[in-house]
Design a protein around this ligand. Structure first.
Ligand SMILES: O=C(O)CCC(=O)c1ccccc1C(=O)O
Ligand SMILES: [Mg+2]
Length: 372
């Protein structure tokens, strides 16, 4: 197939509240939506989920946008493609995993639509669930607010909660939650905020029966993680510490973690996400699906991935309305009684509302094969 036209929509989505983690404050979300159109007029969408600031990983949205418009997208228009994964040898997934993933995801959506297949059926050849359990992520909130939010979302049907923590009060908050809800499915994400001297705090957290502890250490070496995992019963979960398949192999070799949070953008696309899932399966590492406060285009892809039957826990996947007052996909994502339906149609299985997409766009670029 040939890609004849590519559109890049730079979105700015106002958030309904300010999200706070150990590393960042976020009150609006910018991403890039990539729309690809082939010679038959088939359309596919993908999203580049880099943040404006490098608080999570190194790639920033201005970097992704520059490399896409100057290099990746003109190169894509210039070659025939038999399968979306063919882009990986020449797109730089180490420096620009999120840009690469956005392009690959758009091509996969298009490719699957061409084949009249769901995006999961084009990549994985296995049975999947029709619905998945939703999971709520709560930022670093003041304790009474945090407990109230848990009450509210429990009533809405959410059963799994992830709390963003920092060294100063992470144990205190988790202990309060545990006292009120002894059986809650609970995990914590420290986003690399604990220094090695603060390991005693992590040992206290270890007593609270968490499903896993995500990215506890500021230390970026797997030996430190190995030593920590030896001292903890709670499984350590890696997120931003694993960006490439090589990183995952190293983490396995070091026994640095027992669990991996998979996000398609962070790892450079479904091609790598699938390789990582297979590696996890071979080495008895648990995996589950994260999220990045993105629009429905990337989030619904993660809903699809979370439909693999051996996910360790429900993902960071909640209703579109949790963060945004409107979503660019139709139907939007709805967690009802704690469940999200997995779309069945071709590609991502959802339609894009171009009116909403355009209303959220702050910059729009069009590349055409005729212009090469
Ligand atoms: O999308 C969500 O619901 C929040 C998920 C989350 O915690 C997160 C969101 C953006 C960047 C990094 C992370 C993370 O898991 O560390
Ligand atoms: Mg995380």
């Amino acid at each position: 197939m040939w890609i004849n036209k590519i559109e890049v929509f730079h979105l700015s989505m106002p958030m309904k509240f300010t999200f706070k983690s150990a590393q960042a404050l976020l009150n609006h979300r910018e991403t890039l939506v990539i729309k690809v159109i082939d010679e038959l007029g088939t359309v596919g969408y993908g999203e580049v989920v880099a943040f404006n600031e490098p608080f999570y990983t190194q790639e920033t949205l201005p970097d992704s946008k520059r490399v896409l418009l100057n290099r990746f997208l003109p190169q894509l228009l210039a070659r025939e493609i038999k399968h979306p994964f063919e882009i990986h040898p020449w797109m730089d997934n180490v420096t620009y995993p999120m840009a690469t993933a956005g392009v690959e995801n758009a091509l996969l959506d298009l490719f699957a639509r061409r084949q009249h297949q769901s995006i999961m059926d084009t990549v994985f050849h296995e049975e999947t669930q029709d619905a998945i359990y939703a999971g709520m992520v709560l930022g670093d909130l003041e304790i009474t607010h945090l407990l109230n939010q848990i009450d509210d979302y429990l009533q809405e049907g959410y059963a799994r909660f992830k709390i963003k923590i920092k060294p100063e009060d992470g144990f205190f908050k988790l202990k309060c939650i545990r006292e009120k809800y002894p059986d809650l499915m609970l995990l914590a994400d420290a986003n690399r905020s604990f220094r090695v001297e603060q390991i005693p705090e992590l040992k206290k957290i270890d007593e609270l029966g968490l499903l896993c502890l995500e990215e506890p250490l500021a230390e970026e070496n797997f030996l430190a993680y190995q030593k920590l995992q030896e001292q903890l019963t709670t499984p350590i979960c890696m997120d931003e510490s694993i960006q490439t398949v090589e990183d995952l192999k190293k983490a396995i070799q070091f026994k640095a973690c027992q669990v991996v949070n998979i996000k398609v953008g962070r790892v450079g696309g479904m091609y790598y996400a699938q390789q990582m899932i297979e590696l996890c399966r071979q080495h008895h590492i648990h995996f589950w699906i994260g999220s990045m406060m993105e629009s429905g285009i990337s989030k619904i892809l993660h809903v699809h991935l979370a439909s693999l039957k051996d996910n360790y826990i429900p993902g960071d996947l909640s209703s579109s309305r949790r963060y945004f007052s409107e979503d660019v996909i139709q139907p939007e994502i709805i967690a009802s009684q704690g469940l999200i339906q997995v779309p069945k149609g071709p590609g991502l299985g959802v339609e894009i509302d171009e009116d909403i997409l355009k209303s959220l766009t702050i910059n729009h670029a069009i590349l055409d094969r005729d212009m090469l």
